[in-house]
Design a protein around this ligand. Structure first.
Ligand SMILES: [Zn+2]
Length: 279
């Protein structure tokens, strides 16, 4: 079910992890950002777009994680973009190979939704030449704000003339910051730098669309930046965060997010240990 959140910008939210798919109306069709998760949801989206006479003319994946790299044949064959680093990560990790898909299906996709997740067109991303300032398409200018935080080549998108920030997996009201702990020298500082980058455009934002969670108004942008920064600081200082998102009454506070939080603490402690050991 499509819902308008700003002029010419609509979202559809998945039942899986409140994943937001963003539809931006252009001259001859729409740009689809993070296309969706479940087959029947993408089919419904394709039907809605057909009814509106709005074909998909471009796609974009904010980062190279499975829940942002899916596609459905019914959405058509438009070019699907990502940052150069996003596409390189898909390539280097051979994510489109059959054995990688089997591993993703086994390790990452929850069994209860697996029958509704098709990996047939998974990860077929074209990297935009770096540094790409905007998405090449015939519609409102979409500025790419690339940073290293949650995943390699992670991109937030600013649609300035609509006052919309598509934050990818940053600034969620339901998920804590999840750091990229693979092959990164200083993941916490990377995360803080990314938040500063987003803070730099906060004044231009009336509508905040996170990859997962609820849509925020202008006041939410700084509030969520502050909340994410406090969490990153807590990780850095190995404090217990007083973060409502990992509390027992939170949406994902039962066991999943507290588990993610514990694993992040553990891996960061191990890195500190390793860094202290000479040689
Ligand atoms: Zn995600």
């Amino acid at each position: 079910m499509l819902r308008q959140v700003a002029e010419g910008v609509l979202i559809q939210q998945s039942e899986f992890c409140q994943t937001n798919t963003v539809v931006v109306q252009g001259q001859a069709g729409v740009l689809l950002i993070d296309p969706g998760i479940l087959g029947y949801e993408m089919a419904a989206l394709a039907d809605d777009l057909r009814e509106l006479d709005q074909p998909v003319v471009a796609g974009f994946s904010t980062h190279p994680h499975w829940d942002h790299l899916l596609w459905d044949a019914r959405l058509g064959a438009a070019p699907r973009y990502g940052t150069a680093r996003c596409a390189a990560t898909v390539r280097d990790r051979r994510l489109t190979d059959a054995d990688a898909k089997a591993r993703i299906a086994a390790q990452f996709i929850p069994p209860d939704i697996a029958p509704q997740v098709s990996l047939d067109l998974f990860g077929l991303i074209t990297g935009l030449p770096a540094p790409a300032a905007q998405i090449p398409w015939d519609g409102p200018q979409v500025r790419i704000i690339e940073h290293q935080a949650h995943a390699p080549g992670h991109a937030a998108l600013l649609i300035e003339e609509r006052g919309v920030l598509v934050a990818g997996d940053m600034l969620s009201d339901v998920l804590i910051p999840m750091l990229d702990l693979n092959d990164t020298a200083d993941p916490i500082e990377d995360y803080l730098a990314a938040l500063r980058l987003l803070e730099g455009v906060a004044g231009d934002v009336d509508v905040l669309i996170p990859g997962h969670g609820s849509i925020g108004g202008a006041d939410q942008v700084r509030a969520r930046i502050d909340q994410d920064r406090a969490y990153a600081h807590a990780l850095r200082d190995a404090h217990v965060p007083s973060d409502p998102r990992v509390g027992p009454s939170a949406t994902y506070g039962k066991d999943w997010l507290p588990g993610v939080h514990a694993r992040q603490l553990q891996r960061l402690a191990r890195r500190r240990e390793r860094d202290r050991t000479p040689g």
